[in-house]
Structure formats: C-alpha cells, structure tokens
Ligand binder design. Structure first.
Ligand SMILES: [Zn+2]
Length: 241
C-alpha cells in the first residue's frame, strides 16, 4: 500500500541549505585509494593531495542512499530497484500517474534520468597532520577460502588502515549543499544519522562510525531559520504509526 508522497502546500517549498556533517570514527578505518602510496602495503588508503586520508563525497552519498532505500522499504513506500529497468524511476509501476514519477530516494539523491540536487563534498580529518601520519599503519591479513573458511596458503596481504589509539575518536568533517523540500531534507538527514559504518573491512570490525549533522545554514530563502530537529519532524508524517 502506497502513501501520498506529497501533501502539497508549504511543505513543497524548496530550501537551499548548507548542512555541516561530522563522521566520528570508532574503529580502524579503510577506504581504498587508487595508487600504492606505501611500499609496505598491498592496498593503500584513499588520500588527498597532501597525503592525508579523507572520505569522498561519493562514498558518503552511496552509503546514505543505501540507508534511505532500506528505510523506505521498511515503511512500504515506493523505492526503485535497479537493475530491473521496469522497476526503476521513472518507470516504477507504483509511481505511475504521478506528475513527477520519482521515488523519494531519486528525489533526494538523483538518478541517471534525474540530476541530483545535493552536492556531497569530501570530508577531511579534523586532526593535526603529524598525528594522522602516526595512525596510518599496515595491517596484515590472510585471504580466507570462501568455501572451506580456512586460510589460503601464501595469501598474506597487507592493508594500510587508519588506526587511532583506542580512546581517540577523530572526526571527518565536511558539508553538503543542496536544494530540496523540507521533507526531503529530513529524509536525507535521517539517512545520514543512521549510517553505522563506512568504507571497507566491515567483517573485520573496521569502519564503524557515528554520523551527526549540525544546524544548517540557509542559503535561500534568506532570513529563514531551519533546525535539524524540525526537518526530521517532517519525516514523521511518512513513517507508519
Ligand atoms: Zn527511484
């Protein structure tokens, strides 16, 4: 059973916001870079021009989108299901007849046939360089045979991970800028807040994170004040009671 997606009226006014996002690490962290920066590792961290690890906007966007898809499915709202073309917006049967036949996920994140309206900037570590360099360490691992579950002979490999001391929880910081209506902003924020891991090595306990959003600054319409809490409140109207 599908719900009405748009209530009409003031809820549909679009807001251009800059939303500060913080991703706090609570375990070692790894996202793969393209090159082999460190001679002692087979897989190296993704680093910026200065050689420091960062979270790419595309990584955060991908994880947020997957999270929102899960939320919408749980709430039994229409969400497109690639790769089946007949189940992807704007062809999704549950959205047939809508003026704009796109699911809430495509409205927030865009799709091949609808440009995204939010720019996800890369997130940089908010820590002194010397410290970060000390945390970038090689981590040995052994390939495990997927059928027998045992170690594969001569398959030792080394991954460069970001591993701060146990009690230290550094944060990657950045911001998103976009133009969405209030409910879409609420969905985007909810999907960010529910992200609990990012990057690779989930099975090894890597990439556990806590995501938070600070109050957005309103780019347009000027003069309006918007709070994260109020945007999240808009989402309650969609959630099943
Ligand atoms: Zn869609």
């Amino acid at each position: 059973m599908m719900k009405e997606m748009d209530e009409g009226g003031a809820d549909n006014l679009v807001l251009t916001l800059e939303l500060p996002v913080e991703v706090k690490m609570s375990s070692p962290f790894f996202t793969a870079g393209a090159g082999l920066r460190s001679p002692s590792a087979d897989r190296c961290l993704l680093t910026d021009g200065a050689g420091l690890p960062y979270i790419s906007g595309a990584t955060l966007k991908g994880r947020a989108r997957a999270t929102l898809e899960r939320i919408l499915r749980n709430w039994q709202l229409a969400v497109c299901e690639p790769p089946r073309p007949e189940m992807v917006c704007p062809h999704h049967p549950h959205l047939a007849g809508e003026e704009e036949p796109y699911c809430l996920c495509c409205r927030v994140f865009g799709s091949p046939s609808r440009p995204g309206r939010v720019f996800f900037a890369d997130l940089a570590l908010d820590t002194y360089r010397q410290e970060v360099e000390r945390w970038m360490v090689p981590q040995p691992g052994v390939a495990v045979d997927r059928y027998t579950g045992t170690a594969v002979a001569e398959k030792l490999y080394v991954t460069e991970v970001l591993r701060p001391p146990f009690e230290v929880h550094p944060a990657f910081k950045g911001s998103l800028v976009g133009t969405l209506n209030r409910q879409e902003w609420g969905l985007l924020i909810l999907s960010l807040l529910l992200i609990d891991y990012l990057g690779g090595g989930k099975a090894r306990g890597w990439g556990r994170v806590e995501v938070s959003c600070r109050e957005p600054s309103v780019v347009n319409p000027r003069g309006e004040r918007v709070k994260v809490e109020d945007l999240l409140e808009e989402v309650r109207k969609l959630a099943p009671v």
